[in-house]
Design a protein around this ligand. Structure first.
Ligand code: IMP
Length: 177
């Protein structure tokens, strides 16, 4: 059992299992994107370890850049607004691979895809370390999924609970008291 702030977690996916899937996905990306000079767009903060581990295994010519999604309350409406920060190079005509930590409801990824499409890339594909199919409300095609997991809160390997828990090399799942 591992405690992160006031919650208890146990190991769900070991560091070795993660690295094996990272190797599989990197191999697929090396094959699919050979000669395409893709730009990998890593979504911070939760993906930082996934981005780094994938990127180290790529041997094709490619670039990496980092984006962040800010959520804020719009004073004139009740809904949460989202803003994509960090897109400071042209992606027009380029092949894009989004690297995400987890797809939960799918709202964040849906927003990212819609925002990037405006900039007319040649293609966009998505690699996510984790997917919670039962929680996903917006159907999005995910090209590379590390692991499908149950609809429970997880931390570790970059994912956090109120900022903590990112520094676990395995994925930990919340357990009830
Ligand atoms: P979505 O918009 O509901 O798909 O949520 C995506 C974002 O919510 C992820 O990029 C994470 O930052 C966060 N998130 C969703 N589920 C979890 C979880 O189980 N642990 C930690 N963060 C999560």
């Amino acid at each position: 059992m591992v405690e992160v702030l006031d919650l208890k977690f146990k190991e769900l996916i070991s560091a070795e299992e993660i690295q094996a899937r990272v190797d599989d996905i990197s191999n697929q990306l090396n094959t699919k994107y050979e000669g395409k000079n893709p730009i990998f767009l890593g979504i911070l903060n939760g993906s930082f370890l996934f981005i780094a581990d994938i990127f180290k295994k790529l041997y094709i010519p490619c670039e990496v850049s980092f984006l962040k999604v800010n959520s804020y309350q719009n004073t004139s409406s009740t809904g949460k607004m989202k803003e994509l920060i960090g897109l400071n190079q042209s992606i027009e005509g380029r092949h894009i691979v989004i690297l995400e930590d987890i797809v939960d409801t799918g709202r964040t990824l849906d927003f990212i895809l819609k925002t990037l499409e405006i900039h007319k890339p040649a293609s966009i594909s998505v690699a996510t370390l984790l997917h919670k199919p039962e929680a996903t409300l917006i159907p999005i095609s995910l090209d590379y999924v590390g692991f499908e997991i149950q609809n429970q809160f997880v931390v570790g390997y970059g994912l956090d609970y109120n900022g903590f828990g990112r520094n676990s090399s395995s994925i930990l799942i919340k357990v009830d008291d």
